[in-house]
Design a protein around this ligand. Structure first.
Ligand SMILES: Cc1ncc(C[n+]2csc(CCOP(=O)(O)OP(=O)(O)O)c2C)c(N)n1
Length: 387
């Protein structure tokens, strides 16, 4: 088996691809029928979602650079992987994300100003998971896969007990998102063992963006991550994650099977074009040639070329989307200024159910730290200070 390299081109198995980087569409016996079912509006919405998130993402990166956000986690380059996959789900399918699933969040109706709250440190989460069937972001790598499996187990048991008033259906699925690096975590292994043994409706979605901060995917795994599924007793499929149509079709196809019971795994081959987070400098560990080779496979450009060539959208449509996306970014910038800081007590009191000595110590430390800023003439917490 070939060792996957940073370009993703040495895999023994070729990822499923429908839309080539030059914007031409190929026929596939299994996957093309899913694309044929998409109407013109659906096809346009895929583009709108990706383009809007990319613009919002750029704005969030600038806001962080200007000190308005503590951190930002760019999704640049991963738009198609996420947009295709989330669009193939039903709105009731619960998503367990990592911290980079901004495209999915927007698709689920989470507003940019809600999404940004975690990164501005004004809330533990800016949204209620139940309102959007999307859990809060998870920074502990792989932990969300256990939560996803627990949720799926709950669905299975609710259904066996005759259903619940929450409306969980026998054909509901759970999407467990993770990265190539997170696939090395023990939690992920345990979750896959459980999902397989109990035939749980979990669709694993690995975004292999080639880097776990500075560690290349080739160090994390000697073979395709999709192949790991077989070791647990279920199927794994590799898809070109920079092809939004293939991402949609593969998720729709495998999702349909997961609804009948039993997990499946998608390894989406994509690339993180930006930094891991705004705290990271990728030029220290990867070459500009590598980044350039992936820019040539830009998922949004590729799709735009096809939409235009196939007559599904014209320049007027693209200008409208650009304007909408610019408005979203402007709204986000305005909203950020208005967000109120999270009171210190509230931020830390949720850690334990009972008062805890360590929490009290941490609170005192933080109060002292923040008082230090006030002495330097910087705005204190609650005065709109940049964090
Ligand atoms: C349990 C755990 N270990 C280490 C970290 C530190 N950490 C944060 S992100 C990251 C790399 C994750 O890479 P990957 O899973 O490929 O996802 P990506 O960020 O590339 O989307 C690491 C090691 C963490 N958050 N949680």
């Amino acid at each position: 088996m070939a060792h996957p390299d940073a370009t993703g081109e040495e895999h023994a198995v070729q990822p499923i691809q429908l839309l080539a980087p030059d914007g031409t569409l190929a026929e596939h016996e299994v996957y093309s029928p899913y694309i044929s079912q998409l109407g013109e509006q659906d096809l346009r919405d895929l583009y709108r979602l990706m383009a809007t998130e990319r613009r919002m993402d750029a704005e969030a990166t600038s806001l962080q650079r200007q000190g308005q956000l503590a951190l930002w986690v760019p999704a640049l380059g991963q738009e198609a992987a996420q947009a295709g996959t989330v669009s193939a789900l039903r709105s009731t399918d619960m998503i367990f994300p990592t911290y980079r699933e901004h495209v999915m969040a927007l698709h689920r109706g989470i507003r940019p100003d809600e999404l940004i709250q975690l990164f501005r440190a004004t809330a533990h989460s800016g949204w209620n998971p139940h309102d959007h069937a999307m859990n809060t972001y998870m920074v502990v790598l792989g932990a969300q896969t256990l939560h996803a499996v627990g949720w799926a187990m709950g669905i299975q048991r609710d259904v066996a007990a005759g259903g619940t008033d929450q409306g969980h259906g026998a054909d509901e699925l759970v999407l467990a998102c993770l990265g190539d690096g997170a696939s090395s975590q023990g939690d992920v292994h345990e979750s896959m063992v459980f999902a397989s043994s109990y035939e749980l409706p979990v669709l694993y979605f690995i975004q292999n963006n080639h880097w776990a901060i500075s560690v290349p995917a080739s160090t994390q795994s000697r073979g395709p991550l999709a192949d790991r599924a077989a070791g647990y007793g279920f199927e794994g499929v590799q898809v070109d994650g920079n092809d939004v149509l293939a991402s949609y079709a593969v998720a729709a196809h495998l999702g349909g099977q997961v609804r009948q019971g039993g997990p499946k795994l998608i390894e989406s081959i994509t690339y993180r074009m930006g930094a891991h987070t705004t705290a990271d400098d990728p030029s220290k560990y990867r070459s500009s040639e590598e980044v350039e080779s992936w820019k040539a496979k830009d998922p949004i450009e590729r799709y735009r070329r096809w939409l235009q060539a196939a007559g599904h959208a014209d320049e007027t449509y693209f200008s409208e989307v650009d304007q909408e996306a610019a408005d979203v970014a402007a709204d986000l910038r305005r909203a950020v200024q208005e967000l109120e800081p999270l009171p210190l007590e509230e931020a830390m009191d949720a850690v334990y159910a009972e008062p805890h000595r360590q929490v009290e110590t941490d609170k005192s430390w933080l109060k002292e730290y923040e008082a230090g800023f006030a002495e330097d003439g910087a705005p204190a917490r609650g005065e709109g200070g940049a964090r």
